[in-house]
Write a protein that binds this ligand. Structure first.
Ligand SMILES: *Cc1c(COP(=O)(O)O)cnc(C)c1O
Length: 566
């Protein structure tokens, strides 16, 4: 019995499994969108008093701390942090058999406490225990590090160890929600738990109660990028997976040739969804024969609204943070107050930038923001397709803020950072550009609230949802974005922001830059500089027509009614 858990184990809970969870910058147990979404999910569950418990890895070495050297090269430093500062180590331990060793798994408890009184415990799994050999001690330490053997061990600890830990701690679980396929080995543990007690069977498959497992499992898939779906070859799996479940069971549900974590989750979940309407459609094509729903992502409104905006939302919509739909009445906020709140956030950002980079940016210049993982399909360099044209349009009128980490093994992503760095140096006397180092949740909030427009130009249809644009909307910052992911649903041209390129995915992506330049030159800059009231109207619609809907409270209500209580 663990006393601190008493209040959480009386009522059956929804177990939310995620490889990464981003609660705050000081706890670097996330790398980007997936983890931040998990954190927002948990925060909304706490606000709404949903019975949830979350499970993830402790990742004591973090993802990495990014520095950019004078040549624009990304330097990766370990991001050490001390879990004791935020959470409590629990006594109970469980084991997972990996490579014929009993690997010991411990747990730490962090509780997300809401202003409403709601609470959601997060269980952080930790193999860094004296009982384990040095290699096994590192299993839960690095996020997305190591080779595929390391990754598979991590997924064994998360899915199998996590399920055992919940049981050991006394939790009763009524649904298992897999946030992406990394945790889908939990289905295998459930197959074992519900194995039928039959003496003699002519077909071994009959002992596995897959229907029971399905009735307990919910799976959310997060990316149309093929490499984003973990697959392991069975040589590796047979070597590492020494649990008492035959490999043929994995093959039965997870694929004949490779163990595909997405297929495993698809085959053993009763409810499967993509994270935006378009992504649901794309996923149906990727996985024909499966029923795939769509629940569009949202962001946690209170977390992603800057202090200045929070102050006016509190004044005009008391209770908005737990009922973000109230923001639909944004016109109640006097235009000048909305503008002043934006300028406060903008000054805060520009001061930060000027302190950090000595760039000498200006409060009154139109500021474009672009920050997200640096990887090829996000096309961070699209704005520089024709640098001369950009200078012609923007000299004296725009400044640009970039941020984002490249995965340590993503060479192309690192080259993108270097390319932006070079162009920044080349044109610094014409247009001011900065690349903010070490993009994290704190910097994200500064950026999405302090710029004037949020730029997003991925290659369609590869952005499953995207969430940073929703954060911008919460701060009255309009989106200027390719029609992909959530923006297909949130976009009303000239009202909530502007599109880049057509909706049709087969259209020539090389033409996107043309549309970007021409809208910037002919529509966006003139509106900003010559028609402040028109601009404020767009800010209002970003809040009243986007933020009111694209929040994680609305998202969680849908998970409850469509996935959890079926
Ligand atoms: C919100 C967020 C992301 C995700 O942004 P996308 O637009 O979905 O790419 C990534 N990293 C951090 C730190 C964030 O806060």
């Amino acid at each position: 019995m663990v006393e601190v858990l008493n209040e959480f184990i009386e009522e059956p809970r929804i177990a939310y499994f995620s490889m990464e969870i981003g609660v705050k910058s000081d706890m670097p147990t996330y790398s980007g969108g997936l983890g931040v979404l998990a954190g927002d999910t948990i925060k909304s569950a706490a606000d709404l008093k949903l019975p949830m418990v979350a499970v993830t890895h402790l990742t004591k070495k973090g993802y990495f701390k990014q520095e950019i050297d004078p040549f624009g090269r990304q330097i990766e430093k370990p991001e050490e942090w001390n879990p004791k500062q935020f959470m409590k180590q629990l006594r109970p331990k469980v084991t997972v058999n990996i490579e014929n060793r009993e690997v010991m798994v411990g747990a730490w408890l962090y509780v997300v406490n809401s202003e409403t009184g709601g609470k959601v415990p997060i269980i952080f799994l930790d193999t860094d225990l004296n009982e384990n050999n040095p290699g096994d001690r590192t299993i839960t330490q690095f996020l997305y590090g190591g080779d595929s053997a390391y990754r598979f061990k991590q997924e064994m600890v998360l899915g199998i160890g996590g399920t055992r830990m919940l049981e050991e701690l006394g939790f009763q679980i009524k649904k298992f929600h897999m946030n992406e396929g990394h945790s889908s080995l939990l289905t295998v543990e459930l197959l074992r738990l519900f194995k039928k007690d039959i003496e003699e069977v002519w077909d071994e498959r009959l002992v596995w109660n897959a229907d029971k497992v399905r009735s307990l499992c919910v799976f959310t898939t997060h990316t149309p990028v093929e490499a984003g779906h973990d697959k392991f070859n069975y040589d590796l799996v047979s070597r590492l997976f020494t649990e008492p479940i035959p490999i043929n069971v994995l093959k039965e549900f997870g694929g004949k040739d490779m163990l595909n974590m997405t297929m495993l989750a698809l085959n053993l979940s009763n409810y499967v969804n993509g994270v935006a309407k378009k992504h649901g459609e794309v996923s149906k094509h990727m996985f024909p024969g499966y029923e795939i729903h769509a629940i569009t992502n949202g962001v946690h409104s209170y977390t992603w609204t800057c202090d200045a905006m929070k102050r006016i939302f509190n004044k005009y919509f008391p209770g908005w943070a737990n009922e973000p739909a109230m923001l639909v009445r944004v016109e109640r906020i006097p235009e000048q107050e909305l503008w002043d709140a934006h300028m406060e956030a903008k000054r805060h950002l520009i001061d930060y930038i000027n302190r950090e980079t000595k760039a000498g940016m200006n409060y009154d210049i139109f500021t474009i923001g672009f920050a997200r993982r640096a990887t090829a399909y996000k096309r961070a360099d699209l704005l520089f397709k024709d640098v001369d044209r950009l200078i012609k349009i923007g000299e004296g009128k725009i400044q640009i803020v970039y941020g984002g980490k490249a995965h340590p093994r993503d060479e192309h992503g690192k080259q993108l950072i270097q390319k932006i760095h070079e162009i920044k140096e080349n044109i610094k006397n014409r247009i001011k550009i900065v690349y903010i180092q070490n993009y994290n949740m704190d910097i994200a909030l500064k950026l999405v609230s302090g710029v004037d427009v949020w730029l997003n130009n991925p290659l369609r249809p590869l952005e499953a949802s995207g969430t940073s644009g929703m954060k911008a909307s919460h701060n009255g910052v309009p989106n200027f974005s390719v029609l992909d992911g959530w923006w297909i649903e949130g976009h009303i041209e000239g009202h909530t922001g502007w599109s880049i390129g057509p909706l049709d995915v087969s259209a020539d992506p090389d033409k996107d830059a043309e549309d970007l330049y021409s809208k910037l030159e002919n529509i966006i800059l003139p509106l900003f500089y010559n028609n402040k009231r028109g601009w404020i109207k767009v800010m209002q619609d970003a809040i009243g027509k986007n933020a009111y809907f694209f929040n994680s409270h609305r998202m969680m209500r849908r998970y409850v009614t469509e996935a959890y209580i079926r």
